[in-house]
Design a binder for this molecule. Structure first.
Ligand code: SF4
Length: 335
């Protein structure tokens, strides 16, 4: 059986980030306003380690929350050194971190290599220059491509994060961004639908009527269209949708946009909806049995039973059965 994989998140916000990405109020996204001190970091890691039940597991520490390589290089070395003992005790097997494409250079890569960082995730957001410009990202798509290549040349694994629905974005641009992520050799990705958060430029634009976020339905549809691009290339989709920090869930910070705590489930529900519409309609009163891979059964039934309800419009009764002989999204129908 495959080992269970965990990433312990350690949030290190870049307090003096000089950029002004229109969607970002970094402190609100990560739900915290201070850089944690060393004892706090150790406590976080220890608590996570204690909570893991599986003996056979891979555990990574993930430095997230800002642009790790944007903090002073001595501080980067300090954090990497701090978690070193966990490596030695074999309690963790890897380190990953997230940063900006324009914060990648040989000095930084040398340091990260020295401290055994395994994966570098870049906030690419889009490979469309106009979208990046309109979003005041402060870097170009070309810079992301160069950074991605350098990361792979150094022997790191590459993660590329993307956003959908930024100012100027279209479905076509989003699909192109997904394709570029595949072409550039990423091992994993995260997909974030853009939401409007209080005290950001986007919030002002939204209030003035200059920016309209995607609706939840649109965002689900866009992600439904790019998911297969990654799946076919074997790229791991680590996350779909913003992680619901408490601040955002309270509803005071999140002003508008396609946020849903079960966003990925909504997308997988729609993918299964499309598959299940291929079932031929027979007599209305028929019973139907659908065999699906066990791991897919919840999505085949659908969020809030949505797909089951749709089938019940055509059939008298519907039974879902998990079948471990089936792979991917294969299914079999017994009428
Ligand atoms: S998203 Fe942009 S503004 Fe926010 S922390 Fe990252 S680089 Fe800075």
């Amino acid at each position: 059986m495959a080992k269970k994989h965990y990433t312990i998140p350690v949030f290190i916000p870049e307090l003096a980030c000089p950029f002004q990405c229109v969607f970002c109020n970094q402190r609100k996204i990560t739900g915290r306003q201070f850089i944690p001190d060393d004892s706090e970091i150790i406590l976080t890691i220890d608590e996570h380690l204690l909570s893991f039940k599986e003996k056979e597991r891979n555990v990574e520490i993930g430095f997230f929350g800002g642009s790790f390589t944007g903090i002073p290089i001595e501080q980067q070395a300090h954090y990497l050194k701090l978690v070193r003992p966990y490596f030695k005790k074999r309690e963790i097997t890897g380190i990953r971190l997230s940063t900006r494409p324009d914060y990648i250079n040989p000095r930084v890569l040398d340091l990260l290599k020295q401290w055994d960082v395994g994966t570098i995730e870049l906030g690419a957001q889009s490979f469309d220059e106009d979208v990046l410009k309109q979003s005041f990202r402060g870097h170009t798509a070309r810079q992301t491509e160069k950074a991605a290549k350098a990361i792979l040349d150094y022997g790191f694994d590459l993660g590329l994060q993307m956003m959908i629905g930024l100012p100027g974005d279209t479905l076509e641009k989003t699909i192109n961004t997904a394709k570029r992520i595949v072409e550039l050799g990423a091992s994993d990705t995260r997909i974030y639908p853009t939401v409007v958060i209080k005290d950001t430029a986007l919030y002002q634009w939204y209030k003035n009527g200059e920016y309209q976020p995607l609706s939840l339905e649109e965002a689900v549809d866009w992600v439904k269209k790019i998911l297969p691009v990654f799946e076919e290339a074997g790229i791991k989709i680590i996350r779909v949708g913003l992680h619901p920090s408490e601040g955002l869930l309270s509803g005071e910070e999140l002003i508008a946009g396609p946020f849903h705590p079960s966003f990925r489930e909504l997308v997988l529900t729609e993918i299964w909806r499309d598959l299940l519409t291929t079932i031929p309609e027979t007599k209305k009163q028929d019973h139907i049995e659908i065999r699906v891979p066990p791991g897919q059964i919840n999505y085949a039934i659908g969020y809030n039973g949505k797909n089951r309800k749709r089938l019940l419009e055509k059939f008298n009764s519907v039974k879902y059965v998990g079948d471990d002989k089936l792979r991917g999204r294969e299914f079999e129908v017994g009428l």
